[in-house]
Design a protein around this ligand. Structure first.
Ligand code: SAM
Length: 310
């Protein structure tokens, strides 16, 4: 496959490189912002599950736009993986399920709560849909848990969600903490994917709620079929498509020469990920090292054919 074939197949992948974003996901947050005005009045923002960093780039560019404001703005990015530095973004290489990570975020904000928490977290997909949906739901709940430690009253939480069969239960749980919950699908998120984003506005936890990391909300009654509930017992959240019809369609192929006056030129990836797990796996397999006990500590150097925006 030629270098340009992915540019042709995936217009947002190509635009991400041309505009200097580390991943095509940047457009998802930008399109969500177009619809919900997420960044208005935000000085402290948290990007959970941030690597390779395109959402942090969006936060950095949008919140620190003007130099004078740059000083007041604090952005914290958290991921299990290492991430190349970004201007104005403090990085924590850590796990969002740990209370110590919440404490570290609060330390960076000097005790003040965040105005906005975003989470594009995704586990490695297995291809077994039920398992993937369940793990994604658990990650979303972990993000909600850590958010209850760091978000200010009235603040906003945005997170990736898989619209699987038990999504109604997740909506109910989010509605406990936020008065406004909307499910949104940006144009840059493929129609063929069950991915969407919950935009949760006006954080207002139940009175007396004490943030608590050992709160596996979903586990209590995951087997109940919440989709069978009716009337006031059933939570139905609005579903909104973000981005107007003139935006590029993420499921369509586009010609390489988009503009008649501008010749197509291949753009290399903006910032390849730092030592991602798949790179290590490829290296181990290629060198027949998969069975070696000390193999997990091997991090091969970045190779030239590294994929670009994800
Ligand atoms: C789809 S990527 C995020 C892309 C990112 N929003 C961007 O725009 O560049 C999902 C990330 O979730 C991270 N992740 C998964 N589980 C996590 C956890 N428990 N704590 C922290 N990060 C986690 C993965 O390491 C991965 O980097």
């Amino acid at each position: 496959m030629g270098r340009s074939s992915k540019d042709k197949r995936d217009i947002y992948y190509r635009l991400a490189k041309e505009e200097g974003w580390r991943a095509r996901s940047a457009f998802k947050l930008l399109q969500l912002d177009d619809e919900f005005d997420l960044f208005k009045g935000v000085n402290r923002a948290v990007d959970l599950c941030a690597a390779p960093g395109s959402w942090s780039q969006v936060l950095s560019r949008k919140l620190r736009g003007q130099e004078e404001k740059g000083e007041e703005v604090k952005i914290v990015a958290v991921d299990l993986q290492a991430m190349a530095p970004l201007p104005g973004v403090t990085q924590i290489q850590g796990d969002i399920t740990k209370v110590s990570t919440a404490q570290e975020i609060i330390r960076h904000f000097e005790g003040k709560p965040a105005d906005l928490v975003v989470c594009d977290g995704a586990p490695d997909v297995t291809g077994l849909h039920d398992v993937d949906e369940y793990i994604q739901a658990q990650l979303l709940l972990a993000a909600l848990n850590i958010t209850t430690h760091v978000l200010k009253g009235g603040g906003t939480f945005v997170a990736k969600i898989f619209r699987g069969k038990d999504v109604t239960l997740l909506y109910s749980q989010l509605k406990i903490f936020f008065s406004g919950v909307t499910c949104a699908k940006p144009r840059s998120s493929r129609n063929s994917s069950i991915e969407a984003f919950v935009v949760c506005q006006n954080y207002s936890p139940p009175e007396g709620y004490v943030p608590n990391m050992s709160n596996p909300l979903l586990d209590h009654s995951y087997n109940v079929d919440f989709n069978q509930l009716e009337g006031p017992n059933r939570v139905i959240v609005p579903f909104l498509a973000c981005g107007d019809l003139s935006a590029f369609d993420s499921d369509k192929n586009y010609p390489l020469q988009l503009d008649a006056d501008k010749q197509y030129q291949y753009t290399p990836p903006t910032q390849p990920p730092i030592c991602p797990p798949y790179q290590q796996a490829c290296h181990l397999r290629k060198n027949n090292l998969l069975s070696r006990e000390d193999a997990s500590s091997i991090c091969p150097s970045q190779s030239q054919d590294e994929p670009g925006p994800t």
